[in-house]
Design a protein around this ligand. Structure first.
Ligand SMILES: Cc1cc2nc3c(=O)[nH]c(=O)nc-3n(C[C@H](O)[C@H](O)[C@H](O)COP(=O)(O)OP(=O)(O)OC[C@H]3O[C@@H](n4cnc5c(N)ncnc54)[C@H](O)[C@@H]3O)c2cc1C
Length: 392
């Protein structure tokens, strides 16, 4: 089984036995900029980049916080955050990185933390090594922010559950090998009946209803699913009956804390580009960076970046402490996604007409980041959660 040292075997990372040693995260950055980016760039047209996915699996990215005995790297949440930040700095494909994060944080982590020994043995190695893709299947056409009003029904019949319902907007649904499906066992649909099931691709009754065409995060595929008398063995239930809301909250703690981590790297890269452009672009006989309107924009970008990084590290540290009822995941998700969006808008504006062209990445960064303000609970919902923590 690979250890955290043999994973990430890449230049300076391989030389470093300690994650704190200088060069460790830079090694991940180099991997993301070189091997990963060229695997993504050379992939066949618009199809899912299986090679890049496998490459990340081999490097341990799909199992960063998972214990080594289950095929992961055994990193803390804080170390995971730093790795994801380094990947975001090195790789420009926000969609691909988001698909990885959703796979890791909303599927792999809950399975690792709440799955049975047999489930972990069967699924975790291939989910961590990049052989398989997982999809988190919760949202429904009529249950989005109000997720626990879901109407997908599971009914127990002996050794199986029969699941019926419609699911929407699930990342990786068109390509997933295993689906983490939330369904309700309670006849009155009360939230204490919500339960999580592993449903393998190809299970009769599970169908991709259609592939959703998004305006951003293009490399991440998305789909709606239909479950019609879909039979799932009892052994595929994760946790006890009715534990779905708790597992959902666990997944959201990880996802909200860490899914925007790569954007801290992206914000750093974008700021560097914007500073370089403001220095070299001249108008009215001087570099545009000398105009206070432009330099103030760059200063605001820098401040948002530094605050985002601090918030990310703090929220990851809180996650490492095992605190379950804290506002930090929502504060991190809200602040990081909105800060990233603001920075990408500013970078685009600083580049003028050039920033508005398809040659530059800023337009894609903006639309990609709008998606990040919606997934895992919209910014409005994060504010609602934070308000509750304030006793409101
Ligand atoms: C890129 C992307 C990836 C996604 N990936 C997945 C996935 O892998 N699996 C999955 O199950 N789902 C996924 N989703 C779905 C996502 O979780 C939902 O879109 C999100 O929770 C919002 O639900 P909704 O789209 O139905 O909007 P709605 O809940 O209908 O909200 C519409 C608007 O009303 C606001 N609103 C709603 N309720 C409140 C409230 N109480 N207070 C204030 N404002 C409110 C919202 O903020 C929003 O502006 C993804 C979505 C996106 C965009």
């Amino acid at each position: 089984m690979p250890t955290q040292q043999t994973r990430f075997q890449n230049g300076s990372a391989a030389a470093s036995a300690s994650k704190d040693a200088e060069g460790f995260y830079e090694g991940i950055e180099v991997f993301a900029r070189t091997e990963l980016s060229s695997a993504l760039f050379s992939g066949p047209d618009k199809s899912f980049p299986v090679n890049a996915w496998r490459l990340c699996g081999k490097r341990g990215i799909m199992g960063l916080p998972v214990s080594t005995e289950h095929g992961g790297c055994g990193f803390t949440a804080l170390e995971t955050a730093k790795c994801l930040e380094a990947i975001g700095y090195g790789c420009e494909d926000n969609g691909f990185i988001t698909a990885i994060c959703a796979h890791l944080l909303s599927c792999v982590v809950p399975l690792w933390q709440r799955g049975s020994a047999a489930q972990k043995e069967k699924y975790l190695p291939n989910l961590c090594n990049g052989e398989w893709v997982a999809g988190h299947v919760a949202t429904e056409p009529t249950a989005g922010s109000d997720i626990f009003s879901m109407r997908t029904r599971a009914e127990r019949r002996g050794d199986i559950y029969v699941i019926n319902g419609d699911k929407a907007y699930c990342l990786s649904a068109p390509v997933a090998d295993v689906y983490f499906v939330f369904a309700n066992l309670a006849p009155d649909f009360s939230s204490n009946g919500i339960t999580l099931f592993l449903v393998d691709r190809g299970t009769p009754g599970l169908e991709l209803e259609h592939t959703v065409q998004k305006i951003g995060l293009k490399t991440a595929t998305m789909g709606n699913l239909k479950l019609r008398n879909c039979q799932v063995p009892v052994t595929n239930r994760i946790g006890p009956e009715g534990s779905g809301t708790l597992i959902f909250h666990l997944a959201m703690r990880w996802e909200r804390t860490l899914i925007i981590a790569p954007q801290v790297g992206t914000m750093r890269r974008t700021l560097e580009k914007a500073i370089a452009y403001a220095r070299e672009r001249h108008q009215f006989g001087q570099s545009i960076g000398k105009f206070q309107s432009v330099s103030n924009r760059l200063v605001d970008m820098k401040v948002r970046l530094e605050l985002a990084r601090l918030m990310l590290y703090h929220a990851a540290h809180v996650l490492d402490q095992g605190r379950r009822d804290s506002a930090e995941p929502s504060i991190a998700k809200l602040f990081l996604s909105e800060a990233a969006l603001a920075n990408h808008m500013d970078a685009l504006r600083i580049h003028g007409a050039q920033g508005f062209t398809e040659d530059m990445e800023f337009g894609n960064d903006v639309t990609d980041t709008i998606g990040l303000t919606i997934l895992s609970g919209t910014s409005d919902i994060q504010r609602q959660i934070i308000a509750k923590h304030l006793g409101l």
